[in-house]
Every structure is written in structure tokens, then in C-alpha cells.
Design a protein around this ligand. Structure first.
Ligand SMILES: [Cu+2]
Length: 649
């Protein structure tokens, strides 16, 4: 019935048939490919009113132009609970030039934007959604979700200008309006894994949950020198000089629902019904596990990734582009033979027990939130909260099938505050290659050392190799130097809270106040270096700040223990161990309880460099953000006397 399904099956089969007997899994598989990379091609001058701008690298080197419609997409999503494709109608991104197909089977994921340091990215958003009378509501009601068909764009993690037509999330692109964003990626921008999504206060969660997100990858080839660090991309090369195989995994939680007979929402969509996301009733505590939906990879639910080769080192760029569930990522051998035809989300726990091996395969984490770490960390689990990215060097040691698993984690580690059961994310098959029988960490270390011997310039090769030989350190590739205590010039405090004690309702707050569009909550000096102390008075929230990333100094639990060191034990919660001194732009602020005494206290340091202007910090559980868990931040020039210039003069 579904032609595309069959084509996908044959595509996988032809690759695998020589080396691998098809399992029951692949016969029902939905192929997960990398999201399409935005295709650069000339635009005819008669077409667009923006034609005077540079159109692609070929004709105007240094510029990348994307032309995207924001519109309703009629698509289908596989539902393993019923073994049917559910029809959905969701807001989404569509290539305005139709450079890629957009049939019902096109996965719900935005195209990958691939750029290099020093380039300018122009993204035209043409909002073709229907008129929406709820846009433009101000005052106190700004924290009631509204303007579901207004939009804008955020380049999450990019170190670019937040003002004007830069990474400005304070503009509203109403239906019928077109606006071009311009990201001037500085030549010294770190190479890494970033992403983009809408960020209009009031509709952010609804749009991101609809699948409006995509990868934004910055690729660099800067060679480290004895005095300057370079790009990890320069090291991760095969013997022939080409890049190692790479996968982009955009992890989304598309929480569509249907209408029941009473006009309420139901996740049990009947044949003929069309799923959608048109209300915030679909969000809130426990809504994700109750929905029975699965985290998708590049728009495919329980899909089959393109095959790997056993023993081959791949770079996996994982992006948590979902809203309502924590992902604790594991790779396990698939030991059973069961098919994936019908499987409810709740039943995957048992399925994994019966079909996936007990031991998770270790992989080497090399970057978090797009920023290369000081050391390769071998892990069997990596916890991704909404907004996080993890870059991992993955080796599938032997030919065969592997389960991609979202492992269970303690309740306090999770968005839903209830201990999530395990969920299956997809399957990947390794075809015959060089089987790895020893320790994967040693195999990876040997490979990195030989890569350094091949790729590094003579004046740094010795240092890079010595670093790798010890504890797999990457000190020649880190983008930001450590912030020592003596560099700190000021401090900031931040406390998240959900106030459930007011008679007027529930309030989502930072520092005791819901978001006010017209209030500047912090004025920070350009060139300043602040130490921030982050806490939560009521459950846990992922903190995200735009423009400048931060370095994690310590993560102290309520009993006073720092749980951020590599190997630290935090009551079985794996997410903080190894984060000490790591740079990130999004971080879980944990409180296992509902009052201030149980909060962790997290210390980070950040430099306000290069860019001035107004932007935001917020909770990345995006329905919390839409309801008020956000602040306006302004970076301004220092006044030369230890303060900042306020006002306009
Ligand atoms: Cu929150």
C-alpha cells in the first residue's frame, strides 16, 4: 500500500544481501537516512524578490541561502502500536524551491544546514500558515500559550549576533509575512553540531513538537598549532584523507493527537482521522509517556539506520530536538529475532529484555553541545536532555544487528519526574568488516593516534599524540580555554520555580517572576566574566542561554557532594558524571523534590564576548518557557567605571 515503504525496504536489502541475512526486523523497517542536506542551486532571477542577495556558494562564495516555507504539512508517521501509518497535519518547514520531494512519506525533519566558519547563512522564512487572531497578545497573558501560527527562528548554540536580523528570537513573523535571518558565522567560530528551531514565546513547544527542527553543522578544517587550537574535524579522517562516516541523528518527540467523541484529545487515532498539535493540553507532566508516542530519529519511528561496517569508526551527531522526554542513549547487540511490526511504547521494555543484549556497547563522547571536550570520554550511556547535543565516535564491533535504546533513568533525571521505562529508538545493522574483539576504548585510542600521525602538522603531531596516549585528551582541539577563578569579574544567581501555591493558577518563574516581554532581567557587561549559580525550587529544568556558552565548574547535590567528576556516583543518575570543566549551552538544573532544600547547586562560568544586544535565557522544557520560564538578557558596553552603559546614550 505504501510505495515508499517498499522502496525503502529494497534499498536496505540490496546493500545488505551480500553480507547479511535479513532478519525479521529489516523486513518491517523504515529506513532512517541522514536528513537531506539543503541543496544549493541557483535561483532564477524572475522567481524571488530576494534575488539581489547572493544565492549560493558557487556564484557568491561565502554565502549560503535557504528559502523555507512555514506551512501545514500533510504527512504520515508510523505508529508501532497499531502497525499503521497515522496521517498527520502539522506545521513544518518546506523547501520553498522544492529541491527535495515533499510527499506524504517525507520525514518530518528540517533539512541539515551545512556551513563553514566565516560564511554567512541567509534563511528566508515565508510564513504561509493561516491568519491567527491570537498573535500580538501582550501583558500578563503573554504567558498563556498563543499565536500558534506565528513563528521565528533560533540557531541554537551559535555564537553570533543576537540582534536585528541575526539570531533574534524577539521578532514575530506573523502569517503572510516573510523575513530573512542572516547569521554571520565568525571565522573563529567552533566547528560542531548545532541546530535550529522556532522560538516564538507562546508557540515554541507546539511548533518544535510538530517536528520543526533541523541540524546546523559547522565544519572546520583548522590545523592546531603549538599556540592555537584547531578543529577536531581535521583529525577525524580516514587513511585516504576523506572524513570518517557520519550520521546526523535528530531525535524528535512529535506528540500528535486526534479528537475523541467528546471533542477532547486522544492519542488513539482511528483510521481516517488526522493527527495534529493544536493545543497545550498535549503537554505537561506525564503527557509524553501517556501519549504512547516514540522518539523518532530523523522523522522515522522505530526505523532502520543505514548500515554500518563492523569495526569502522563513525561520528554520530545526536541532537535532542524533542520537548517532553529525557533520552539516555545506549547501543546494544540485538540478540533476539523478534520483528518490530507491532509494538506499543509500554511494551518495548519487555521487547528489549528479550531481544537486546545485556551489555551496552561503549562509545567515545568527543563533544557536547557542539563544543569539543578536553578528553574523549568512553561511555555506555549518554543522557540527552531537550536541547542537548552529543557527538560520539561509535564502533559497532561485529557484524549483526544492534538496538538503539533509550535506557531507563532515575525519576529525578527525567523531564517527566517519573522513572521512565526503557524505549526502543531504532535498529542499525553492521555488515562484515574488521571485527573488534578487544576493548573498544583501546581500539578507538589506537585509531585516533594513527589518525594523528597521518593528519597532524609536524609542529603539533607530537603533542596531539602524547595527549591521546595518556587519557585520550584533546587539548589541541578545545574551542574555549578554561575560565580560572582569577578571571571572574562578577556573579549571577538564577532560581527556577513552578509556583503551585497561588490561588490564580500555576506560575512558571525564574527568580520569582514569570516572563515579562518588556522587562530586561539582567544587564551584563561586554567583556565581563561571570560566575553563575543555578538552582531550582521545584523539580528540574534544563537551563539554556543564547549566544555565549558556559563552562561547568561544579554540580553539588543537596548533601554537599560534587557529582560532576568523571566516574562520580549520583544515586544511579549517569547524567552529571564527567561534566566538570565541560563547555555547554544547555544544562539540567536538578531538584528531585518540590522544595528548595532538595535542589542541586550548579556553578558555571561564562565570558560575554564580541556581541551586544538583547536575547533570552530559559527552561528548555519548551512548554515551561512558553508559560513564563524565561528572562530577557541584555549585554551592553561597559561604562569605563565598573558599570554598564544603560539607556541609549
Ligand atoms: Cu522548566
Amino acid at each position: 500500500m505504501f510505495v515508499s515503504h517498499k522502496i525503502a525496504l529494497f534499498g536496505v536489502a540490496s546493500v545488505l544481501s551480500a553480507a547479511h541475512v535479513l532478519s525479521a526486523v529489516t523486513q518491517e523497517a523504515r529506513t532512517v537516512s541522514n536528513p537531506p542536506t539543503y541543496i544549493l542551486e541557483p535561483i532564477t532571477k524572475s522567481r524571488a524578490k530576494l534575488e539581489t542577495f547572493a544565492q549560493n556558494r558557487a556564484t557568491f562564495p561565502g554565502e549560503v541561502l535557504l528559502d523555507m516555507n512555514v506551512t501545514y504539512l500533510d504527512r504520515q508517521v508510523y505508529n508501532p502500536a497499531t502497525a499503521r501509518y497515522d496521517r498527520v497535519r502539522l506545521r513544518g518547514y518546506q523547501d520553498a524551491r522544492q529541491a527535495r520531494p515533499s510527499g506524504a512519506d517525507t520525514p518530518l525533519v528540517g533539512p541539515t544546514i551545512d556551513v563553514r566558519p566565516g560564511e554567512t547563512v541567509r534563511i528566508t522564512l515565508n510564513n504561509m500558515l493561516p491568519q491567527d487572531s491570537t498573535c500580538g497578545i501582550g501583558g500578563g497573558s503573554a504567558n498563556t500559550p498563543h499565536c500558534f501560527s506565528g513563528t521565528n527562528l533560533h540557531s541554537h548554540g551559535l555564537w553570533v549576533n543576537p540582534s536585528g536580523n541575526g539570531d533574534n528570537v524577539l521578532v514575530s513573523i506573523r502569517p503572510g509575512v516573510e523575513f530573512q535571518y542572516e547569521y554571520n558565522i565568525p571565522a573563529d567560530h567552533p566547528a560542531g553540531t548545532f541546530w535550529y528551531h522556532p522560538h516564538l514565546h507562546g508557540s515554541t513547544a507546539l511548533q518544535v513538537s510538530s517536528g520543526m527542527s533541523g541540524a546546523l553543522i559547522i565544519r572546520g578544517d583548522r590545523m592546531p598549532t603549538p599556540t592555537e587550537t584547531g578543529d577536531l574535524d581535521r583529525l577525524l579522517k580516514q587513511p585516504d584523507g576523506s572524513d570518517i562516516p557520519e550520521r546526523v541523528l535528530v531525535l524528535q518527540q512529535i506528540q500528535y493527537a486526534c479528537t475523541d467523541s467528546d471533542g477532547g484529545i486522544t492519542y488513539d487515532c482511528k483510521p481516517g482521522q488526522v493527527g495534529g498539535i493544536e493545543s497545550y493540553d498535549q503537554f505537561g507532566p506525564g503527557s509524553w509517556p501517556a501519549s504512547g508516542r516514540f522518539t523518532s530519529i530523523n522523522g522515522q519511528v522505530l526505523g532502520q539506520l543505514a548500515p554500518a561496517v563492523a569495526g569502522s569508526i563513525e561520528r554520530w551527531r545526536m541532537i535532542h530536538a524533542g520537548v517532553r522526554d529525557t533520552i539516555n542513549f545506549e547501543i546494544r547487540r540485538k540478540t533476539g529475532t523478534a520483528a518490530l511490526r507491532t509494538l506499543t511504547a509500554a511494551d518495548t521494555h519487555r521487547w528489549i529484555d528479550q531481544n537486546c543484549g545485556k551489555d551496552a556497547i561503549p562509545y567515545g563522547v568527543v563533544a557536547q553541545d557542539g563544543l569539543t571536550m578536553a578528553q574523549v570520554q568512553m561511555r555506555q550511556q549518554a543522557v540527552l536532555q531537550p536541547g542537548y547535543r552529543v557527538d560520539a565516535l561509535v564502533v559497532l564491533p561485529q557484524a549483526g544487528d544492534y538496538c538503539l535504546v533509550d535506557a531507563a533513568a532515575p525519576a529525578a533525571a527525567s523531564v517527566n519526574q517519573i522513572a521512565p521505562s526503557r524505549r526502543l529508538l531504532g535498529i542499525v545493522t553492521a555488515v562484515e568488516g574488521n571485527a573488534v574483539n578487544g576493548e573498544i576504548g583501546t581500539y578507538l585510542q589506537d585509531w585516533l593516534i594513527s589518525a594523528a600521525e597521518r593528519t597532524m602538522a609536524q609542529d603539533v603531531a607530537g603533542k596531539v599524540i602524547d595527549d591521546l596516549k595518556g587519557e585520550m585528551r584533546l587539548s589541541s582541539f578545545i574551542p574555549h580555554p578554561d575560565i580560572a577563578p582569577g578571571e571572574v569579574t562578577g556573579e549571577q544567581q538564577l532560581v527556577f520555580n513552578i509556583d503551585v501555591k497561588q490561588p490564580g493558577g500555576t506560575f512558571f518563574e525564574i527568580d520569582g517572576k514569570p516572563y515579562d516581554t518588556s522587562r530586561i532581567d539582567r544587564t551584563l557587561p561586554l567583556g565581563g566574566v561571570d560566575e553563575w549559580t543555578l538552582r531550582s525550587d521545584f523539580v528540574s529544568h534544563p537551563f539554556h542561554i543564547h549566544v555565549n556558552p558556559f563552562q561547568i565548574i561544579k554540580i553539588v547535590d543537596a548533601a554537599g557532594n560534587d557529582v560532576s567528576a568523571l566516574g562520580a556516583n549520583d544515586d544511579g543518575d549517569p547524567q552529571y558524571a564527567g561534566l566538570k570543566n565541560v563547555w555547554k549551552d544547555t544544562l539540567w538544573i536538578k531538584n528531585p523534590g518540590t522544595d528548595p532544600s532538595t535542589s542541586y547547586t550548579i556553578t558555571v562560568r561564562t565570558r560575554y564576548q564580541r556581541y551586544i544586544g538583547e536575547f533570552v535565557l530559559h527552561c528548555h522544557i519548551l512548554d515551561h518557557e512558553d508559560q513564563g520560564m524565561m528572562q530577557n538578557v541584555r549585554i551592553t558596553l561597559p561604562d569605563g567605571h565598573g558599570g554598564t552603559v544603560t539607556g541609549h546614550h
